[in-house]
Design a protein around this ligand. Sequence first.
Ligand code: 5RP
Length: 237
Amino acid sequence: MNNSASPKPSTVPVLTQDELKTLVGQAALQYVVPGEIVGVGTGSTVNKFIDALATIKDQIKGAVSSSVASTERLRALGIPVFDCNEVQGLSVYIDGADEIDAQGNMVKGGGAALTREKIVAAQSARFVCIADESKLVEKLGKFPLPVEVVPMATRRIIGQFADMGAKATVRLKDGQPLVTDNGQHIIDVTGLQIADPLAFEAQVSQWPGVVTVGVFAFQRAQVCLLGTASGVKTLNF
Ligand code: 5RP
C-alpha cells in the first residue's frame, strides 16, 4: 500500500478587490510626511487610505481634501481639513485612478471629483497613486473619460467629441444630470484612444466650457502603489 500523501492543492488566498484597496491604502502611509499636511483624493481606494491615516492622525497636521465626501470622512475620523488656499504647497498627494499607464498618466473622475483632484495634485510635489492592478493599462481610453463641463456648453462639447469619432453622454444621478461639488455637470466619453495624453489634455482643456478633462498627464503620478495578487508593487515613474 502506498502511504505517501498526495500533494495538497495550493491554498494561496485570493485577495478581493476590496482587500487590495485596503492594502494599498495602508501602504500609502509610508509616503505621509510627519508634521505636515497631506493632500487627499477621492474614491473607494482613498477611503481605505483615510481610514489608515486616522491611525496616525496625531503625527500629521491635517489634510487638504479634494471633495466634500473625503472632507466629511476625514473630519468624522478627527483629521483636521485645511482649505487649499491656506497652504503654500504639499509634499504629497495620495489619490486613486480609473486607469494608469506605464508612464504614470491617468484617467480620473469616476467619482466626479476630478477638478478639485487636479487642483490639489497641482499643489503637491509628489502624486502617489493607489490602485488595484485592474487599473493598469497599456493605453488610456478603455474607461469612459470623465470631463467636467459648464452645463450651457454640454451640447457643443459632445459635438466636438463626436468630431473625434467618440461618443459622450451626460452622467446622470437619480435620472437628472449629476451636479458636481462645483455646481457643474460631467460627461463620460467612450471610443477614445489616447495615444498622447499630454497633447490630448492640452487640447481638450482649451475648449470653451470644459472645466476639467479627466486625463492627468500634466499632473501625472510619480509613484503608483499597485495592489496585486502577490502584494503591493511599487512603480516609480
Ligand atoms: C474620483 C476619482 C477616483 O480616484 C477614481 O474614480 C478611482 O476610484 P476608486 O478608488 O473608487 O476606484 O478619480 O473622481
